[in-house]
Design a protein around this ligand. Structure first.
Ligand code: M6R
Length: 363
């Protein structure tokens, strides 16, 4: 049941500290204080090409993983939407790693892409939330998110546990390839282990996000901006909002603003900016100035330092200070809660939005 929560989505958002912890525990070695994977039938050290394929929210988790794997493991990563990938029938040199991300493990296009990659001689790893699913059965290795059943059609805890597992996988791959030194691995492992506690802190902003949602509920369009790993979080925020509140929303790479979407900016379009203090913060902040200068209404999600540096030019939310590595996991939460509260305020069917199915088993 929903317990004290009004909707499954809200309950599932609140389960995140627990299920992220559960997912970390499946891969954490308390003796070495680092992460490892189950035994693999192939050597990770020999992997020099990774293809990640998924749909919807799972695809955005894959986009974040591309940044992590490229930066930490120094391997080139391609990430694609399953329905595009499968019909493009791309050439794939044998021995690459193909990684499929799916909550259900049954999404038709992702499954078809998996079978295609198998025929192309790729090593197949899936990351699913349903261990007995078709994708898990058809993979060489099935990694699992331990999110538990996700009832709300809008994915929340499945997404953050996917990110968690992918962060661990990135560290393991980086170590296998000798791309990361031990001190860095230990430091980042520690940062990951602390994520459940930080997520719990973010949840404390629920009421503030409900207030901010009141400012958004009457908008016709909403823009979400981010750079680096915050870019996929912008895309995810926009997807959440359109899915359950039926407001048109778009996620954009902040640096792409001036190449078109800035033309949309006026006082009627809320612009939600995902800007943790990281090496790209200054670039994103300067995009925010451009929006403000055109009368845009900015909602700025950052940490203490980031909010202080921006000044009083935006409505802001102060999130915990975290290492940039785990910021996308943390910043996924306020965009979930924001979409949730907008939907509740509009009176839509939050858990069962119109036209959508939990598992898309037709192409
Ligand atoms: O079960 P999957 O992860 O393969 O599902 C993929 C998408 O259908 C799913 O993430 C969808 O986009 C969600 N409704 C998003 O909230």
């Amino acid at each position: 049941g929903k317990g004290e929560h009004r909707h499954f989505m809200h309950k599932e958002i609140y389960e995140q500290p627990q299920v992220i912890g559960d997912t970390l525990n499946t891969m954490f070695n308390p003796v070495s204080r680092t992460f490892s994977l189950p035994d693999l039938p192939f050597a990770l050290s020999g992997i020099d090409r990774v293809t990640i394929i998924a749909c919807g929210t799972s695809y955005y988790a894959g986009m974040v993983a591309k940044y992590w794997i490229e930066q930490l493991a120094r391997v080139s990563v391609e990430v694609d939407i399953a329905s595009e990938f499968r019909y493009r029938a791309p050439a794939m040199p044998k021995g690459g790693l193909a990684l499929f991300i799916s909550q259900s493990g049954e999404t038709a296009d992702t499954l078809a892409a998996l079978r295609y990659c198998q025929a192309q001689g790729q090593h197949i790893i899936s990351l699913v939330n349903v261990p007995e699913s078709t994708m898990a059965r058809e993979s060489e290795v099935a990694l699992q998110t331990v999110a538990g059943p996700e009832i709300g059609v809008a994915s929340t805890k499945a997404f953050t546990t996917q990110l968690t597992a992918l962060a661990c996988l990135s560290l393991v791959l980086a170590r296998a390839r000798g791309a990361i030194d031990h001190a860095t691995e230990e430091r980042l492992s520690k940062v990951l282990i602390e994520v459940p506690a930080r997520v719990a802190e973010v949840l404390a902003h629920d009421e503030r996000l409900r207030e901010i949602a009141e400012d958004i509920m009457d908008a016709r369009d909403v823009l979400y901006l981010g750079r680096g790993t915050s870019y996929p979080i912008a895309l995810e925020g926009a997807l959440k909002l359109k899915e359950i509140s039926y407001i048109h929303a778009e996620g954009y790479a902040a640096g792409e603003m001036k190449h078109g979407p800035i033309a949309l900016i006026d006082e009627t379009v809320p612009v939600i900016v995902i800007a943790p203090s990281d090496e790209l913060y200054d670039k994103t902040a300067s995009n925010v100035q451009e929006v403000v200068a055109r009368g845009g209404r900015v909602i700025f999600l950052s940490d203490e330092k980031g909010v202080a540096r921006l000044g009083a030019r935006a409505v802001s939310l102060v999130l915990p200070n975290v290492d940039p590595f785990v910021a996308p996991i943390l910043y996924a939460i306020p965009v979930q809660l924001l979409a949730y509260h907008v939907a509740v305020a509009k009176g839509t069917d939050v858990d069962q939005p119109r036209n959508l199915a939990k598992s898309v088993t037709v192409e």
